[in-house]
Design a protein around this ligand. Structure first.
Ligand code: IYR
Length: 237
């Protein structure tokens, strides 16, 4: 039996097929400028740290908008841009998010993660309590769109949507660092469906990451981690 009705073939709509190609131009640097810029960018990114102690100092929404706009410059499978960034600044909603996360994290730490995982996290000094979710001026909840919809209503395949989101969030981390702000890339295990309901997102969207954004608290501390030297992460052939 033909099961085409149950599993309709994804289709492309005409408007998407009509995209033409345009000449590409970009800024080129000479070797010394290139090296200078590469070193400066490395130094900037090497000073990025995951921070869990936030200040309540306000941050203009225009800055957050530009950071998310930058995340949206990411490449994505077949240029499907399968991301939705929900920005929460409302105190009551932040409180509800904290309640959901802590409710689940308490169980995660006590049961779901297991002892080895909990032990591996001791160096981070993290636990199920997440006060920063109310202190930070913004929380960004990153949703992946598992699939989309064509103009004609048919289902649009979002190729490599998880990988596309990961690259987009990586670019967002650079933008956050560039603005002098901090975040923690948190993975709200088991909280996704409750957050999706709270934030009224559609069924094709799934929570992937949750990032509070703001200034670091004056007394913030971070683990004294060292990063691998270049020769440990790069192999030349
Ligand atoms: N999501 C939990 C646990 C956690 C897991 C890993 I792997 C980390 O690198 C950090 C935390 C939490 O946010 O506490």
């Amino acid at each position: 039996m033909d099961n085409a009705d149950e599993h309709p073939m994804p289709s492309s709509s005409a408007d998407e097929e009509e995209t033409g190609h345009i000449p590409y131009s970009h800024t080129k640097y000479n070797e010394s400028e290139m090296l200078e810029r590469a070193v400066a960018f490395y130094n900037e990114m090497n000073s990025r740290r995951t921070v869990r102690d936030f200040s309540d100092r306000p941050v203009p929404i225009e800055v957050i908008k530009r950071i998310i706009h930058t995340a949206g410059t990411s490449p994505s499978g077949a240029h499907t841009e399968p991301w939705t960034y929900v920005v929460i600044s409302n105190k009551e909603v932040k409180k509800q998010v904290r309640h959901i996360i802590e409710d689940e994290e308490e169980i995660n730490y006590a049961k779901r993660m297991g002892q080895t995982w909990v032990d591996d996290l001791k160096v981070l000094r993290t636990n199920w309590e997440k006060p920063y979710l109310e202190t930070a001026p913004y929380i960004i909840v990153v949703f992946k769109q598992s699939y989309g919809t064509h103009a004609d209503g048919s289902r649009k395949v979002h190729y490599y949507n998880e990988l596309s989101i990961a690259i987009s969030v990586g670019i967002m981390l650079c933008a956050i660092q560039n603005a002098g702000l901090v975040t923690v890339t948190s993975t709200p295990m088991n909280s996704g469906p409750r957050l999706r309901t709270l934030l009224k997102r559609p069924a094709n969207e799934k929570v992937v990451l949750l990032l509070p954004i703001g200034f670091a608290a004056d007394d913030a501390t971070v683990p004294d981690f060292k990063r691998k030297p270049i020769d440990d992460i790069m192999v030349s052939v």
